[in-house]
Design a protein around this ligand. Sequence first.
Ligand code: ZN
Length: 185
Amino acid sequence: MKTRKSKRPNPYLADMPGSRWRDIGGLMHGRLTAIEPLGVKTPGPNGQHLWLCRCECGQLKQVAIGDWGRIKSCGCLLMEGPPVTHGMSETRIFWRWSNMLQRCANPKHKAYPRYGGRGIKVCERWLTFENFYADMGDPPGPDAELDREDNDLGYNPDNVRWLPKAEHMQKTHADRRARKAREPS
Ligand SMILES: [Zn+2]
């Protein structure tokens, strides 16, 4: 597979007008370190780019670019006493969520052609991690995958469920075969 080097600093956000782009990758503020852009904006006409940040306490947090420099922690600084950690399961599901956004919004992601590249989108409600977590909950097992019931539809509460990895793989391969049969190249 060929990878082309892009001259633009933010190629996959170029089609997201209305929000000022700023590369804060690697920058630190308070307890937060900016890791990477999530490739999506907050809902609404004045949507702001979301960045994935890690707090010194280990918690991951999404920060809107307009809040960068104002927020000093994942929230643990505001709490009394020792930081409340949400546990490993929430950290794991955060990465699943982040990956889902990247597959759909970041052309540099290796899976993008099979997702964002063919119109698979994440619903607006799920651009916020808390909503996604509230709808999906913890994966039932360590090998559970996010499965879209209809492979041609996007990520939303009606179309997504947890499925054991083996079943998910089987289904994905069957879907891919079916798609190939439909669209011979
Ligand atoms: Zn924290």
